[in-house]
Design a protein around this ligand. Sequence first.
Ligand code: CUA
Length: 323
Amino acid sequence: MTAKATVLCGAVILLAGCEGRQSALSPAGEDAAQLKFLFLVMLAGAVVLWLALNGIFYYVTRRQPKAFRLKHPDRLILGAGVIFPTVLIGALLVWGLSIMPQQRASGDGLTIRIKAEEWWWRVEYWPEGATQPVIAANEVRLPTGSRSELRLTANLYIHSLWIPALGGKMDMIPGRETVLTLHPEKPGIYRGQCAEFCGASHALMAFETVVMPPEEFADWLQAEAAPARPAADPAGEALFRDEGCGACHAVRGTDFTGQTGPDLTHLASRASLAAGIMQVTRDDLKRWIAHTGDIKPEVAMPAYDWLSDAQLDQLATYLEGLK
Ligand code: CUA
């Protein structure tokens, strides 16, 4: 491959990374659009500075010494080497700080409390005036057209919540509450990711963010608040009980009230399984239950590898019914 072709291929691959549902350069909301603009202006400033300084460097080192007779070389150094970069970077800093207030604007509707657990997300929706939350896990849903407030904390380690297509990232710190507000504009499913190294399964700590029009969101929230529908096949539910799953997982509408693990009430209506790394399909459910630790190192849930294939099928049937 020629050098030109290599550079071209490299550029195409790099630019391809800018598209998609986990990219700060494909904004789906007001905050992310502003951050993208900030990035592009900063990039342009950096390019101008880089070109100017390299041009001067080239001029003073490569020109013939005889042709190069500066009367005041100190002025060049002072002007181009100190004043120009200081003014340019200073201007970018002042402008960058001036757009921060919008990124810190307060919410005007829904509050969502999210707690980072050991490699999954505990999520509570608090609509305005609510006295108790709608509990979910491992997925964030947001309505378009308003600014939702995400109140964040963590269990044991420091994590960071980042949905690049919707806005900036925010640390999640044990014993402290941090706030991130987001104003999504484009319905769709965007990937979020833990953005702070937090241990063995940091890279496997993701989630889907479903952005919906307000009416659709209200319908979804109402459905999410309802208890789980009764199991169609009692065998899976009985096995769930016998294996003690309900000691860690809650399924509203049943006597499973465990709080250690994710709430499973509407598991099958979520866009992903095991915090963004698997699908809610029969195969993935069975694989996850039997091999948790292999799939997500140091996860708290033990691998139920003693269950037969038929038993895993029964559990999967039960979980697939939790819509
Ligand atoms: Cu949680 Cu990285």
